[in-house]
Ligand binder design. Sequence first.
Ligand SMILES: Cc1cc2nc3c(=O)[nH]c(=O)nc-3n(C[C@H](O)[C@H](O)[C@H](O)COP(=O)(O)OP(=O)(O)OC[C@H]3O[C@@H](n4cnc5c(N)ncnc54)[C@H](O)[C@@H]3O)c2cc1C
Length: 495
Amino acid sequence: MMKKVIIIGAGIAGLTAGVYARQSGFDVTIYEAHSIPGGASTSWKRKGYLFEGGMHWLTGSSPKTALHKLWREIGALDDNTAIYNRDPFFVFEHEGKKAFLHRDIDKLQSHLIELSPADEKEIIRLCRDVRKFMKVDMPITDIRGVTVKEKTNIPISALFSMLPAFFRMPFYANQTAKEYAMRYKSLLLQNLCRSIVGDDNNATGMVFTLSTLAKSDGGYPIGGSLGMAGRMAKRFEALGGVIKYNSEVEKVIIKNGAATGIIINGAEVSSDAVIITQDTLVAIDTLFDSPLREPWADKMRVEIKPMLNTFICLGIKADLSDVHESIIFTCDMPVICAGKEIKEIGINNYAGYEGYAPKGCTAVTSIFAGDSYEWWKEQKINGTYEAEKQKLAENFIYVLEKKYPQTAGKVEVWNVATPLTYERYLHSYKGSWMSIMGKGAKMQSYPSKPNSISNLYFAGQRLTIPGGLPVAAETGRKAVQYLCRDTDMVFQGDY
Ligand SMILES: Cc1cc2nc3c(=O)[nH]c(=O)nc-3n(C[C@H](O)[C@H](O)[C@H](O)COP(=O)(O)OP(=O)(O)OC[C@H]3O[C@@H](n4cnc5c(N)ncnc54)[C@H](O)[C@@H]3O)c2cc1C
């Protein structure tokens, strides 16, 4: 008889695990707390506007990458999914001067030198390194000892071509993006560098981002986050998998050191294995009768620095096609978000995206990065939460109107998602959806299965720092490889 597998969560990790587990011959049911698939990879509609609430770029969108095959196998991308490679990726504007983050590395190099000839040496060094990093591909491999229908390995030649980048990695890993940015004399270039991955991440993320863009990867699948999650859910269900929505799992049942099912609405549902894709950091403390105590879990509790944000979206009754698609601008009058002054405002402008707004109108989103969880929680307790959301939206709208007068009086919809919103929907630590890879940090991974409990697997963004969609999918695939190895099944992925 087919072995029964329960997956907790229908985010990208859960759907990935679901598709591979079905393809490998398991009877799979996904339990999802929300009413739709996707988790953090989501979008929502308000009064005719579609707000992209998740992905801005997808590593592995290029067919030349190893990850692309994975996205195809799980139905995230298919023959009908058009990929949009935004170029320039974004623009940084300060006091009327603009720095463009061009994808083409030669074009970027000459543009930056033109902006700041005094920084030529540093610019050339960065672009030389980006060319080295372009050879590095996120590895998709098979775990040791698993039987697979088709082997997935990294060719030795590819490993050799990655060596020059590996030698340069410590240089970037041992400084934050902000520290790296200070190497430039030009304030505009400093700001550009700081904006790519944010101040607190180490500079490796910045070089990887530039190299991903330079090799025409990191595109936006048309239809966005929700479209992608929808395609994956469809693939899973077409394979015979079942998704139970509005179904929050309360506990994983452990009997004699093995996972034997879950508890939902107070009732037991039994299974031969359980794959947890809820944020691992939360799951280890909440999904068992007592917190999971293993060295890696204790390490995770101490080491994780969560990445989170406050998100604002606007529906504007104006066509903003003449405004850059993605721009960060400095302003004298700050936006106050969670008690902090923000003078660098980034917007994503979806004027050019069909179906994202009524005709002649524009959907605009903005991300205010930073750990504002406790601040918002305090507002909730004080009863000022809704008023503060409104204050933030009004402040943001005012600043936007000063910058782009064509938006004045034209905002007809606003919506603010705080870390508490994300926490409510994702059940993740502080509502976070990735982890910060700080100074000196490596791409650290946590195990896919605990030592002390059998038939139990973990997957999701938290398992490899910094996380994101590729990690969610890769760990979902890996969890199923462990499951196959433990149950003597052949791992299969097809499209
Ligand atoms: C604004 C924003 C922009 C982003 N941009 C990008 C980007 O451009 N590129 C990129 O790669 N990544 C991006 N990310 C990150 C990426 O979306 C996430 O890292 C990824 O989607 C995480 O997937 P996951 O499956 O691991 O977790 P989640 O998406 O958190 O999925 C977990 C799922 O489990 C469900 N769940 C949790 N607990 C339970 C329970 N007890 N019972 C039942 N169900 C449960 C949740 O409802 C959720 O659906 C962005 C995220 C955000 C928020």
